[in-house]
Design a protein. Structure first.
Length: 226
């Protein structure tokens, strides 16, 4: 993970130091911001270097939601929200805005670092290939999606969900199976998280969104339709 910079945004100095110390053990570079305004300032100064953002929700001056909205207007950089709330509705709201992951406080710093590493590995991609699914072109190496030649902006989680569906083309996938394979760890949320992501993906795919079929009482299936 050398040369990867993580922007840590939290108004508690002790929390920032704890996260920084554990990330440093894995040779990450760390930038720190104590509020939302400072976070945006650092992001714009170092956006070419920042590979992931750990973003607290409740902060002075500018909260995490506002920072997330502004960054998502121009970047797909992985963003992990740190929240003490742990409420399902907050998580669904965050996913709608483009959050890639949630970690609820209090958390184990070692688990946090492990998730950061996993997210970065997934974001890099591990296959050098481009496949076409009825006009939806997926570049697994660059983690990009194009619809009829036009690139579609997707968050990391949206991309992974779409990729999982197309990799299992023609197979009805239950919501539990999708959670286990796409979220990649024990997730205690609601299946509405998946439904929310599917809705956004369909919208972004336009007419090709019809390829994602709702299987009543089961989950979803991807199938190219003429």
């Amino acid at each position: 993970m050398n040369n990867v910079t993580v922007l840590v945004v939290d108004d508690e100095a002790r929390m920032r130091k704890l996260i920084k110390d554990f990330l440093a053990q894995k040779e990450f570079s760390v930038l720190e911001a104590e509020d939302g305004e400072k976070a945006l300032e650092l992001y714009h100064e170092h956006k070419k270097e920042i590979g992931l953002i750990l973003l607290d929700v409740m902060m002075p001056k500018l909260d995490g939601w506002s920072v997330l909205r502004q960054i998502r207007q121009e970047s797909k950089v992985p963003i992990v929200m740190l929240t003490a709330r742990g409420e399902e509705q907050d998580e669904l709201f965050g996913f709608e805005l483009g959050v890639d992951e949630y970690i609820s406080k209090p958390f184990s710093p070692k688990i946090l670092v492990a998730r950061v590493e996993a997210i970065l590995n997934r974001a890099r991609g591990n296959q050098n290939e481009i496949k076409d699914y009825g006009g939806i072109e997926i570049n697994a190496d660059g983690r990009t999606v194009k619809v009829e030649g036009k690139e579609v902006d997707m968050s990391l989680r949206e991309y992974e969900l779409l990729k999982y569906l197309v990799d299992n083309e023609g197979i009805a996938l239950s919501r539990d199976k999708i959670l286990n394979n796409v979220w990649n760890y024990d997730y205690y949320g609601d299946s509405r998280t998946i439904d929310s992501h599917i809705k956004k993906i369909r919208h972004k795919l336009g007419k090709k969104g019809k390829y994602i079929e709702t299987m009543r009482g089961v989950g979803y299936k991807f199938e190219v339709k003429k």
